[in-house]
Design a protein around this ligand. Structure first.
Ligand code: PXG
Length: 289
């Protein structure tokens, strides 16, 4: 496997970062997860824009332009001879002295991995997922800005541990007020009386690219959509529920905390979204060859 690292495509065995990198020492950095389908990178420019906005929000100045980052991403995928897969693009604060001060790190580091990812076993895309609510709360937006896709994933990982210990594959995370934020690595949607509903970003959700795609698709499918605060109650009494994410794609949810949602099977509107999403991912995107 060839990895893009600070300007060069190197062999996986040579793709190393320093123990003094603040990305490792403090989780000081930002990342993107991007999928490619049929030789085309899905929503590449949008992912790179979000990367730059995450970086800007944490005062991390990248020494590349967005166009350059798009080009390096395409080069990396092309160098690995894959037609379908997952890109992990990481920007760290770079090497510096010990101590939090990011201004002592002269140059950020960037690496790009083009590989594959499987978040959930295939059967759950047909039969749906069983979710639990975890006790680990999402930090307030004033503590950690939810839009910033940062390298600080301990909150999500602790929530994932709770899911795994409860024999579930994913956990619903609530914010300090008890409103639903999202899951550990995906945004959440419900359908109720023909309307699509999803939590507000200000309730602690990542402004997911797939979330945005689903909101666009709702408009083209003629399904009204509303972003608002949701509670566990709203999920319990929903007609349908599904999760979205680049890695997860669109996956139906059939229960929360052992309570059946809707019919207990992936719903008809969820199926329409899955079909429309698959159609978009396989027919649009930036060619990299
Ligand atoms: N919420 C969180 C907390 C995420 O990390 C999403 C939602 C979905 O956003 P997008 O923009 O992808 O629709 C994410 C996505 C990984 C990995 O290993 C990354 C994510 C999720 C799971 C695994 O790269 N990020």
């Amino acid at each position: 496997m060839k990895i893009w690292l600070d300007g060069k495509l190197v062999d996986e065995s040579e793709a190393k970062v320093s123990v003094f990198d603040h990305g490792l020492l403090y989780g000081d950095g930002v990342f993107e997860g991007i999928r490619f389908y049929n030789g085309r990178i899905f929503r590449l420019e949008e992912h790179v824009r979000r990367l730059f906005e995450s970086a800007r929000a944490i005062v991390l100045q990248l020494p590349w332009t967005q166009e350059e980052v798009c080009r390096y991403t395409c080069d990396t995928v092309a160098a690995n001879g894959l037609s379908d897969g997952y890109i992990r693009l990481v920007v760290t604060r770079g090497c510096g002295e010990l101590g939090l001060n990011p201004y002592l790190c002269p140059r950020p580091s960037m690496f790009i991995i083009a590989s594959t990812i499987k978040l959930y076993p295939e059967e759950h895309y047909t039969n749906g997922l069983a979710l639990i609510t975890c006790a680990t709360r999402r930090p307030a937006p004033a503590a950690l800005m939810p839009q910033v896709k940062s390298l600080n994933y301990l909150n999500n990982i602790m929530a994932k541990v709770e899911a795994i210990q409860a024999n579930a594959l994913e956990a619903v995370m609530l914010n300090e007020q008890g409103y639903v934020a999202e899951c550990t690595g995906d945004n959440l949607f419900i359908l109720k009386n023909g309307t699509l509903l999803t939590p507000l970003i200000s309730d602690g959700a990542l402004d997911g690219i797939t979330r945005g795609v689903i909101i666009e698709l709702a408009a083209s499918l003629g399904i009204p959509c509303c972003e608002r605060s949701l509670t566990r109650y709203d999920i319990f009494v929903a007609d349908e529920c599904f999760l979205t994410g680049t890695a997860a794609e669109v996956i139906p949810v059939v229960s929360l905390d052992r309570r059946t949602i809707g019919s207990g099977k992936p719903g008809p509107q969820t199926r329409r979204f899955i079909e429309a999403f698959n159609n978009l991912t396989t027919t649009t995107g930036t060619p990299f060859a």
